[in-house]
Ligand binder design. Sequence first.
Ligand code: HEM
Length: 246
Amino acid sequence: MTRSSLLTPLTESRVWRSFFRHGLPDNPLDRSLVMTTNIFFHLHPVKVSRPSLRWSYSFGLGIISAILFALLVWSGLLLMFYYAPTIERAYPTMKDIQMTVPLGQFTRNMHRWAAHAMVLAVILHMARVFYTGAFKPPREFNWIVGVVLLLLTLGASFTGYLLPWDQLAYWAITVGTNIASYAPVAGPMMRELLLGGTEVGQNSLLRFYTLHVAILPLLIGLLVSLHIWRVRKDGGLAARRNSEVK
Ligand code: HEM
Protein backbone atom coordinates (compact mmCIF):
# COMPACT_ATOMS: atom_id res chain seq x y z
CA MET A 1 0.00 0.00 0.00
CA THR A 2 1.45 3.42 -0.96
CA ARG A 3 1.88 6.34 1.47
CA SER A 4 -0.74 8.46 -0.28
CA SER A 5 -3.36 5.68 -0.26
CA LEU A 6 -2.72 5.24 3.50
CA LEU A 7 -3.24 8.97 4.10
CA THR A 8 -6.30 9.31 1.86
CA PRO A 9 -8.91 8.54 4.59
CA LEU A 10 -7.27 11.16 6.84
CA THR A 11 -7.24 13.88 4.15
CA GLU A 12 -10.89 13.14 3.40
CA SER A 13 -12.00 13.34 7.02
CA ARG A 14 -14.18 16.29 8.12
CA VAL A 15 -11.57 17.50 10.64
CA TRP A 16 -8.82 17.63 7.98
CA ARG A 17 -11.17 19.30 5.51
CA SER A 18 -12.18 21.93 8.08
CA PHE A 19 -8.50 22.99 8.38
CA PHE A 20 -7.19 22.25 4.90
CA ARG A 21 -9.44 22.63 1.88
CA HIS A 22 -7.35 20.28 -0.26
CA GLY A 23 -5.98 16.75 -0.39
CA LEU A 24 -2.29 15.80 -0.44
CA PRO A 25 -0.42 18.00 -2.94
CA ASP A 26 0.48 15.10 -5.22
CA ASN A 27 -1.46 16.35 -8.25
CA PRO A 28 -1.68 19.74 -10.08
CA LEU A 29 -5.15 20.63 -8.68
CA ASP A 30 -4.24 20.02 -5.03
CA ARG A 31 -0.89 21.79 -5.51
CA SER A 32 -2.79 24.87 -6.77
CA LEU A 33 -5.26 24.62 -3.86
CA VAL A 34 -2.37 24.51 -1.34
CA MET A 35 -1.27 27.90 -2.69
CA THR A 36 -4.65 29.59 -3.06
CA THR A 37 -6.13 28.49 0.29
CA ASN A 38 -3.19 29.58 2.46
CA ILE A 39 -2.91 33.24 3.47
CA PHE A 40 0.92 33.23 3.29
CA PHE A 41 1.39 31.03 0.20
CA HIS A 42 -1.33 33.06 -1.49
CA LEU A 43 1.15 35.95 -1.67
CA HIS A 44 2.85 33.92 -4.41
CA PRO A 45 1.28 33.10 -7.76
CA VAL A 46 0.18 29.47 -8.15
CA LYS A 47 3.03 28.82 -10.59
CA VAL A 48 6.48 30.38 -10.36
CA SER A 49 9.66 29.81 -12.30
CA ARG A 50 12.13 27.56 -10.52
CA PRO A 51 15.26 29.78 -11.03
CA SER A 52 13.49 32.79 -9.48
CA LEU A 53 13.06 30.83 -6.23
CA ARG A 54 16.81 30.58 -5.70
CA TRP A 55 18.00 32.62 -2.70
CA SER A 56 20.82 34.10 -4.78
CA TYR A 57 18.34 35.41 -7.37
CA SER A 58 16.81 38.14 -5.14
CA PHE A 59 18.73 37.71 -1.83
CA GLY A 60 15.28 38.30 -0.27
CA LEU A 61 16.05 42.04 -0.33
CA GLY A 62 12.44 43.10 -1.00
CA ILE A 63 11.13 41.01 1.87
CA ILE A 64 13.99 42.23 4.10
CA SER A 65 12.94 45.85 3.29
CA ALA A 66 9.31 45.00 4.18
CA ILE A 67 10.34 43.33 7.48
CA LEU A 68 12.52 46.33 8.40
CA PHE A 69 9.56 48.62 7.68
CA ALA A 70 7.35 46.55 10.03
CA LEU A 71 10.08 46.72 12.71
CA LEU A 72 10.26 50.50 12.27
CA VAL A 73 6.50 50.89 12.67
CA TRP A 74 6.56 48.77 15.83
CA SER A 75 9.57 50.45 17.49
CA GLY A 76 8.31 53.88 16.34
CA LEU A 77 4.95 53.28 18.03
CA LEU A 78 6.75 52.42 21.29
CA LEU A 79 8.87 55.59 21.05
CA MET A 80 5.69 57.66 20.54
CA PHE A 81 4.58 56.81 24.10
CA TYR A 82 7.39 59.04 25.43
CA TYR A 83 8.54 61.44 22.73
CA ALA A 84 6.96 64.94 22.66
CA PRO A 85 7.27 67.01 19.43
CA THR A 86 7.87 70.44 20.99
CA ILE A 87 11.14 72.34 20.92
CA GLU A 88 11.25 72.46 24.74
CA ARG A 89 10.55 68.77 25.30
CA ALA A 90 11.84 66.88 22.25
CA TYR A 91 15.49 66.64 23.37
CA PRO A 92 14.76 65.91 27.08
CA THR A 93 12.15 63.24 26.20
CA MET A 94 14.62 61.67 23.79
CA LYS A 95 17.25 61.61 26.57
CA ASP A 96 14.63 60.12 28.95
CA ILE A 97 14.00 57.34 26.43
CA GLN A 98 17.73 56.63 26.36
CA MET A 99 18.44 56.82 30.08
CA THR A 100 15.35 56.15 32.19
CA VAL A 101 12.70 54.34 30.16
CA PRO A 102 12.97 50.51 30.52
CA LEU A 103 14.40 49.15 27.26
CA GLY A 104 14.26 52.72 25.89
CA GLN A 105 17.86 52.74 24.67
CA PHE A 106 17.30 49.36 23.01
CA THR A 107 14.07 50.53 21.31
CA ARG A 108 15.66 53.76 20.09
CA ASN A 109 18.71 51.94 18.74
CA MET A 110 16.46 49.36 17.08
CA HIS A 111 14.58 52.19 15.36
CA ARG A 112 17.76 53.98 14.25
CA TRP A 113 19.56 50.88 12.99
CA ALA A 114 16.47 49.52 11.25
CA ALA A 115 16.08 52.92 9.52
CA HIS A 116 19.68 52.86 8.24
CA ALA A 117 19.33 49.20 7.25
CA MET A 118 16.06 49.85 5.39
CA VAL A 119 17.63 52.61 3.26
CA LEU A 120 20.50 50.23 2.42
CA ALA A 121 18.21 47.24 1.76
CA VAL A 122 15.90 49.27 -0.54
CA ILE A 123 18.88 50.59 -2.57
CA LEU A 124 20.36 47.07 -2.86
CA HIS A 125 16.91 45.69 -3.79
CA MET A 126 16.62 48.31 -6.54
CA ALA A 127 20.09 47.38 -7.83
CA ARG A 128 19.10 43.69 -7.85
CA VAL A 129 15.91 44.46 -9.79
CA PHE A 130 17.94 46.53 -12.27
CA TYR A 131 20.70 43.96 -12.80
CA THR A 132 18.21 41.10 -13.32
CA GLY A 133 16.29 43.28 -15.83
CA ALA A 134 13.12 42.88 -13.74
CA PHE A 135 11.99 46.44 -14.62
CA LYS A 136 11.10 45.35 -18.16
CA PRO A 137 7.48 44.73 -19.31
CA PRO A 138 5.15 43.79 -17.69
CA ARG A 139 6.91 45.08 -14.54
CA GLU A 140 7.44 48.75 -15.53
CA PHE A 141 4.53 49.87 -13.34
CA ASN A 142 5.99 48.09 -10.32
CA TRP A 143 9.36 49.71 -11.04
CA ILE A 144 7.65 53.14 -10.87
CA VAL A 145 5.90 52.14 -7.61
CA GLY A 146 9.37 51.09 -6.38
CA VAL A 147 10.91 54.47 -7.29
CA VAL A 148 8.14 56.23 -5.30
CA LEU A 149 8.83 53.82 -2.40
CA LEU A 150 12.53 54.71 -2.52
CA LEU A 151 11.70 58.44 -2.35
CA LEU A 152 9.25 57.87 0.53
CA THR A 153 11.84 55.77 2.39
CA LEU A 154 14.42 58.57 2.01
CA GLY A 155 11.72 61.07 3.08
CA ALA A 156 10.96 59.06 6.23
CA SER A 157 14.67 58.89 7.03
CA PHE A 158 15.13 62.64 6.49
CA THR A 159 12.08 63.69 8.56
CA GLY A 160 13.12 61.37 11.41
CA TYR A 161 16.51 63.09 11.54
CA LEU A 162 15.08 66.35 12.96
CA LEU A 163 13.10 64.74 15.77
CA PRO A 164 15.87 64.41 18.45
CA TRP A 165 16.22 68.22 18.18
CA ASP A 166 19.96 68.18 18.88
CA GLN A 167 22.67 70.20 17.08
CA LEU A 168 23.23 67.46 14.49
CA ALA A 169 19.50 67.32 13.67
CA TYR A 170 19.06 71.09 13.60
CA TRP A 171 21.95 71.76 11.21
CA ALA A 172 21.29 68.72 9.03
CA ILE A 173 17.73 69.92 8.42
CA THR A 174 18.89 73.52 7.90
CA VAL A 175 21.37 72.35 5.23
CA GLY A 176 18.92 69.79 3.71
CA THR A 177 16.06 72.26 3.32
CA ASN A 178 18.47 74.92 1.96
CA ILE A 179 19.55 72.43 -0.72
CA ALA A 180 15.87 71.80 -1.54
CA SER A 181 15.33 75.56 -1.95
CA TYR A 182 17.79 75.60 -4.91
CA ALA A 183 15.43 73.43 -6.99
CA PRO A 184 14.19 75.46 -9.98
CA VAL A 185 10.86 77.34 -9.66
CA ALA A 186 9.29 75.39 -6.75
CA GLY A 187 12.47 75.32 -4.56
CA PRO A 188 11.85 78.27 -2.17
CA MET A 189 8.16 77.35 -1.82
CA MET A 190 9.07 73.72 -1.05
CA ARG A 191 11.46 74.86 1.69
CA GLU A 192 8.85 77.11 3.28
CA LEU A 193 6.21 74.38 3.05
CA LEU A 194 8.52 71.86 4.75
CA LEU A 195 9.65 74.21 7.50
CA GLY A 196 6.27 75.85 8.10
CA GLY A 197 8.07 79.21 7.91
CA THR A 198 11.41 80.67 6.87
CA GLU A 199 13.60 78.99 9.47
CA VAL A 200 13.84 75.73 11.44
CA GLY A 201 11.60 76.05 14.51
CA GLN A 202 8.50 74.69 16.28
CA ASN A 203 6.43 74.62 13.07
CA SER A 204 9.12 72.61 11.29
CA LEU A 205 9.34 70.11 14.14
CA LEU A 206 5.57 69.59 14.10
CA ARG A 207 5.49 69.21 10.30
CA PHE A 208 8.39 66.77 10.24
CA TYR A 209 6.80 64.81 13.09
CA THR A 210 3.42 64.54 11.33
CA LEU A 211 5.09 63.50 8.09
CA HIS A 212 7.32 61.02 9.94
CA VAL A 213 4.76 59.26 12.14
CA ALA A 214 1.61 59.43 10.01
CA ILE A 215 1.71 60.52 6.37
CA LEU A 216 4.89 58.79 5.13
CA PRO A 217 4.37 55.43 6.96
CA LEU A 218 0.76 55.35 5.73
CA LEU A 219 1.84 55.98 2.13
CA ILE A 220 4.69 53.43 2.42
CA GLY A 221 2.29 50.84 3.91
CA LEU A 222 -0.24 51.34 1.10
CA LEU A 223 2.38 51.29 -1.66
CA VAL A 224 4.19 48.24 -0.24
CA SER A 225 0.85 46.36 -0.33
CA LEU A 226 0.29 47.46 -3.93
CA HIS A 227 3.93 46.59 -4.80
CA ILE A 228 3.75 43.04 -3.40
CA TRP A 229 0.28 42.45 -4.92
CA ARG A 230 1.71 43.57 -8.29
CA VAL A 231 4.63 41.10 -7.95
CA ARG A 232 2.03 38.36 -7.53
CA LYS A 233 -0.09 39.56 -10.47
CA ASP A 234 2.99 39.81 -12.70
CA GLY A 235 3.58 36.07 -12.12
CA GLY A 236 6.13 36.22 -9.29
CA LEU A 237 9.72 37.34 -9.68
CA ALA A 238 10.95 37.87 -13.22
CA ALA A 239 12.03 34.53 -14.65
CA ARG A 240 15.09 34.02 -16.76
CA ARG A 241 14.33 33.59 -20.45
CA ASN A 242 13.49 30.00 -21.45
CA SER A 243 13.32 28.98 -17.80
CA GLU A 244 11.07 26.07 -17.06
CA VAL A 245 7.69 26.91 -15.48
CA LYS A 246 6.81 24.47 -12.68
C1 HEM B 1 9.93 50.12 0.80
C2 HEM B 1 10.63 49.66 -0.21
C3 HEM B 1 10.38 48.36 -0.95
C4 HEM B 1 9.81 47.19 -0.50
C5 HEM B 1 9.30 46.87 0.91
C6 HEM B 1 9.80 46.26 -1.63
C7 HEM B 1 9.33 44.96 -1.56
C8 HEM B 1 9.42 44.06 -2.61
C9 HEM B 1 9.19 42.63 -2.51
C10 HEM B 1 8.80 41.89 -1.21
C11 HEM B 1 9.37 42.09 -3.73
C12 HEM B 1 9.34 40.59 -4.11
C13 HEM B 1 10.57 39.86 -3.56
C14 HEM B 1 11.94 40.41 -3.94
O1 HEM B 1 12.17 40.82 -5.10
O2 HEM B 1 12.83 40.40 -3.07
C15 HEM B 1 9.70 43.18 -4.64
C16 HEM B 1 9.89 43.05 -6.01
C17 HEM B 1 10.11 44.10 -6.89
N1 HEM B 1 10.47 45.39 -6.53
FE1 HEM B 1 10.42 46.11 -4.64
N2 HEM B 1 10.33 46.91 -2.72
C18 HEM B 1 10.71 48.18 -2.36
C19 HEM B 1 11.33 49.12 -3.17
C20 HEM B 1 11.56 48.96 -4.53
C21 HEM B 1 12.32 49.87 -5.37
C22 HEM B 1 13.05 51.11 -4.84
C23 HEM B 1 12.25 49.40 -6.65
C24 HEM B 1 12.83 49.97 -7.91
C25 HEM B 1 12.90 51.23 -8.18
C26 HEM B 1 11.46 48.18 -6.63
C27 HEM B 1 11.09 47.43 -7.73
C28 HEM B 1 10.65 46.13 -7.69
C29 HEM B 1 10.35 45.31 -8.84
C30 HEM B 1 10.38 45.74 -10.33
C31 HEM B 1 10.02 44.03 -8.35
C32 HEM B 1 9.70 42.77 -9.17
C33 HEM B 1 11.02 42.04 -9.28
C34 HEM B 1 10.97 40.78 -10.11
O3 HEM B 1 9.93 40.49 -10.71
O4 HEM B 1 12.02 40.08 -10.15
N3 HEM B 1 11.09 47.92 -5.33
N4 HEM B 1 9.75 44.36 -3.94
